[in-house]
Design a protein around this ligand. Structure first.
Ligand code: SAM
Length: 286
């Protein structure tokens, strides 16, 4: 895997532990040992990991603020035959971490990009949350400003898939409060804190219940979190919400019942028969 004269190098995307140093694969160690260069989000942090395993490979810093500048140089080195490994501080690179620009540019330049899979906090959390995993939406970090955060959450309120968020200690309480408000305080959720570390805690309850637990115990507010929230309950096709009933009433004042019910069904996705029955009741009330 070292420099060769006539073949381009390989860019390895290497997952590293999210807390417990033993969670590194034998293949990841092999790759980190044999590449020409390890591109790391924080070289001091990754040097400790490499030193722990007696690996002396050179490190180059690639972080959020210099990724675009460094990418061209790294792709030139790859084209010239150097094998390079990309790591982030924890978990899988590119997952709420730098690397997207490098991977995209390398692939466009015809470089082989090889995954060396391993830990990621979102998958570790999902695997223990006890919430449906057949469909999930990874949302990463929510906006820091409350107005933007709430707007974002309101946009997710009807999402039926399980929702997965990353959060840090200083915003976890504010985020849970906004989630309870915007998604419904009785929604079931799991809070996965400090996974694979000494204070690993996995709490499950309603959003309101979890918020109360954190407010009652400041220790539970410390560390790194994955928040997993149950998806929205499937809509009952027989339940007519107030807004749809209002549209039906307006159309009924101008159109025959059958046509009004058909139009509202097309607009809202509700059952035509249910709307027809409701329309009859509305007409009889008048
Ligand atoms: N690339 C990483 C991955 O694959 O999971 C994520 C990096 S992101 C910058 C850091 C966030 O991931 C933290 O704020 C937290 O939300 C989550 N996280 C990372 N390690 C964690 C852990 N041990 N327990 C819980 N959440 C963790």
């Amino acid at each position: 895997m070292s420099m060769s004269d006539n073949r381009p190098g390989v860019l390895y995307i290497v997952a590293t532990p999210i807390g417990n140093l033993q969670d590194i694969s034998a293949r990841a160690l092999d790759v980190l040992k044999t590449v020409s260069l390890v591109a790391a989000e924080d070289t001091r942090h990754s040097r400790k990991l490499l030193a722990h395993y007696g690996i002396g490979t050179a490190l180059k810093s690639v972080h959020e603020h210099n990724e675009r500048d460094v990418t061209d140089r790294l792709v030139r080195q790859l084209t010239a035959g150097a094998d390079i490994a990309l790591v982030s501080d924890a978990g899988t690179p590119l997952i709420s971490d730098p690397g997207y620009h490098l991977v995209r540019t390398a692939r466009q330049a015809g470089i082989r990009v090889v995954p060396v899979p391993g830990p990621s906090a979102l998958i570790a959390a999902l695997s223990v949350a006890g919430l449906p995993t057949d469909r999930f939406v990874f949302e990463g970090f929510l906006p820091a400003k409350q107005a933007a955060r709430r707007q974002h959450l309101l946009g997710l309120a009807t999402e039926a898939a399980t929702l997965v968020f990353y959060e840090s200690s200083h915003r976890i309480v504010a985020c849970l409060a906004d989630m309870a408000d915007c998604l419904g305080d009785q929604r079931e959720a799991t809070l996965a804190r400090e996974l694979t570390k000494t204070f690993e805690t996995v709490l499950t309850g309603s959003l309101d219940g979890l918020l109360e637990q954190l407010q009652a115990d400041s220790h539970q507010q410390k560390g790194e979190f994955v928040v997993i929230v149950q998806g929205a309950a499937p809509r009952d096709p027989a339940a007519i919400d107030a807004a749809s009933e209002q549209v039906l009433a307006v159309l009924l004042s101008e159109l025959p019942l059958k046509q009004a019910a058909t139009l509202v069904a097309r607009i809202t996705g509700l059952s035509k028969n249910v709307l027809y029955e409701q329309g009859l009741k509305l007409k009889n009330k008048v």
